[in-house]
Design a protein around this ligand. Structure first.
Ligand SMILES: C[S@@+](CC[C@H](N)C(=O)[O-])C[C@H]1O[C@@H](n2cnc3c(N)ncnc32)[C@H](O)[C@@H]1O
Length: 291
């Protein structure tokens, strides 16, 4: 069964974050370890050791400079955005390319929300089994197997009852693995099914790292590593053109920021000097009503 390696990497980075003390971590993801294969699981266990445990994240950053601080900063920023929107009355959460995202279990704000997860079937099957094996229920989550490149997302969401409801679509760590056509189609599908007041929080990478027109010191190794595991980055956007890109597709950009900016907000108050990346970015957009 094919399981996303980058989804596992994300879970590993969240497991490392969760191994930190309550005062210094950005969030606690008790399920993250349940999704890991043996080598990652051993390392995540070592990260829990007092004193020496901190070396695991430091060594990981030396070998893979960039991804971990960006991953945890973006996760915290999206957690806060989800919590705020639920507080504002959104009750339908659709997590696209959910991988091993465990928000449906770890965010208290989602306890009374309806959560739908979309990803390829292989990753979903492994995820559901891991959640059950960890002693948690999957009954409150609807799993919809969809490949953004080949499947009809709108029809699948409608068949699951996601239509004309105020929804929050979460698309974290996914657009960079898709073709431009799949990104366009997905944006059109979400606009087609989302009711008034629906919003999309998503991440993207700076297009300059894909076409070589922008330089980020951490980019080269990062790109090489994702390509090596068979999940190369294929799509990016220019931050200064994001508003126009979204407007042309029926979305209004509400805000966007780099994970570096998010990290600067979250790390220093916890006494941390982690440096997240400028190339990895998060945006919130409102779906404008179809004419
Ligand atoms: C880097 S992981 C991010 C997972 C999760 N959103 C997170 O932040 O932890 C990328 C996810 O996108 C999913 N994905 C990539 N291409 C996809 C496609 N064509 N259709 C459906 N899911 C896809 C992968 O299966 C994987 O779960």
């Amino acid at each position: 069964m094919s399981v996303s390696f980058t989804a596992q990497t994300m879970a590993f980075q969240r497991a490392l974050e969760s191994a930190r003390s309550a005062e210094s971590r950005l969030f606690d993801d008790p399920l993250a370890g349940a999704f890991l294969g043996r080598p990652f699981r051993v390392l995540a266990g070592l990260a829990r050791l007092p004193v020496a445990g901190g070396l695991v994240a430091r060594l990981y950053d030396l070998v893979f400079p960039g991804p971990r601080p960006s991953a945890v900063a973006r996760t915290r920023l999206i957690d806060d955005t989800v919590a705020q929107l639920v507080d504002d009355g959104v009750r339908n959460i659709v997590i696209l390319g959910a991988g091993f995202d465990s928000r449906a279990w770890r965010l208290p704000e989602l306890r009374h929300a309806r959560v739908v997860e979309v990803d390829r079937a292989g990753t979903q099957t492994v995820k559901a089994a891991a959640v059950r094996a960890a002693g948690a229920s999957v009954d409150h989550v609807q799993f919809l197997p969809v490949d953004f490149e080949t499947d009809d997302l709108a029809t699948t969401l409608r068949a699951a009852g996601v239509e004309d409801v105020r929804a929050l679509f979460v698309w974290e760590g996914v657009t960079n693995y898709l073709t431009a056509e799949a990104v366009d189609r997905t944006l059109a599908d979400l606009r087609g099914v989302g009711g008034p007041g629906s919003v999309l929080v998503f991440t993207y990478v700076h297009a300059g790292v894909i076409d070589g027109t922008a330089t980020f010191p951490e980019a080269e190794r990062w790109l090489r590593n994702v390509a090596r595991v068979g999940e190369p980055w294929t799509f990016g956007l220019r931050p200064d053109q994001l508003g126009d890109f979204l407007a042309a597709r029926g979305y209004e950009l509400l805000w966007e920021q780099s994970t570096a900016t998010a990290g600067n907000r979250y790390f220093p108050p916890r006494g941390r000097t982690d440096q997240a990346s400028e190339l990895y970015r998060v945006a919130l957009a409102r779906i404008t009503c179809p004419d």
